[in-house]
Design a protein around this ligand. Structure first.
Ligand code: GUN
Length: 283
């Protein structure tokens, strides 16, 4: 039997409708969520991401600013800009698009963003809040993965989740978030011996390693749910995930496609975080 598709585009649209309805309610109280996106330099992929974030703001009725500054901007200039937005009451979320030019320290920049406006969830205090279980601003891609599971009736509670990948942006936070959701979580990575056997233990398999089509059908327990966070560009220009979709589709019960699975959720969760930050800021 072929797996059911976890349609991230459709689920993302549903969540956006919910956000839109709430933005309309807040408007009556005179509150409009505001997001600033800062792009340093002209990385082509980043330009596309930033444009999509601005479009999402417009679509949902948020106030938004996009600040494009040259690649030779100094770290101090960038930190001063962040400070300005930290103090700006119309702005509830600050996102500095990564990667940054080499002369700017990513950590110094992330640390400078006010925790209350850290809609990426990358600040060390946000990461700590996630660990402790506080109701913090949660990182977007990991919370998108959890939404996809919950909204397809695949609650992680009581399930064995195997996460492959230990990045700060996805692997570690998604593991912690799934633990909070009462899953039993096994974290695997490139140095884990016998990865396929580990992966085969999973009721829910989350893959975020950045290796095209790494996961084959013999890595997947029959009936498992597969969440593919990978986004890899093949030599022919096509996008593909870390999971060999065609090979795995007959073994899994549910699977996210690439594109159209986890991808669309990231910006939607960013919008959700900005809305949440706005509501908290307004008391
Ligand atoms: N670059 C690629 N993905 C992201 C993201 O989620 N947040 C930021 N700030 N930069 C990114």
């Amino acid at each position: 039997m072929s797996a059911q598709i976890i349609n991230g585009k459709q689920i993302s649209e549903t969540i956006r409708s919910e956000i839109r309805a709430e933005v309309d309610r807040l408007k009556e109280k005179g509150l409009r969520p505001g997001l600033v996106v800062i792009l340093v330099g002209e990385d082509p992929a980043s330009q596309v991401y930033v444009r999509n974030k601005a479009k999402a703001c417009e679509d949902l009725g948020f106030y938004s600013e996009v600040v494009r500054i040259p690649a030779d901007t100094t770290q101090d200039q960038l930190l001063a800009l962040i400070d300005k937005y930290n103090a700006d009451a119309a702005i509830h979320g600050i996102l500095v698009q990564l990667p940054l030019p080499k002369h700017i320290h990513e950590k110094a920049v992330i640390d400078a963003i006010a925790v209350a406006k850290d809609v990426d969830g990358f600040h060390p205090i946000s990461v700590g809040n996630l660990m402790i279980g506080d109701d913090a601003l949660l990182p977007c891609t990991p919370s998108g993965c959890v939404e996809l599971l919950k909204r397809t009736g695949n609650s992680p509670a009581g399930k064995h989740v195997v996460v492959i990948g230990r990045s700060n942006i996805v692997g570690k936070p998604v593991s912690m978030l799934l633990l909070r959701e009462n899953a039993t979580v096994t974290m695997c990575h490139s140095k884990t011996p016998n990865l396929p056997e580990m992966a085969r233990q999973a009721d829910i398999l989350v893959v975020a390693v950045g290796v095209a089509k790494l996961v084959k059908h013999d890595w997947v327990k029959p009936g498992a749910v597969v969440i593919d966070v990978g986004m890899n560009r093949l030599p022919d220009g096509k996008l593909c995930g870390d999971v060999d979709y065609d090979d795995v589709a007959d073994t899994a019960s549910w699977i996210t496609p690439v594109p159209g699975g986890v991808g669309p959720m990231t910006i939607t969760m960013l919008m959700s975080n900005t809305l949440k930050a706005a509501k908290i800021a307004s008391g």
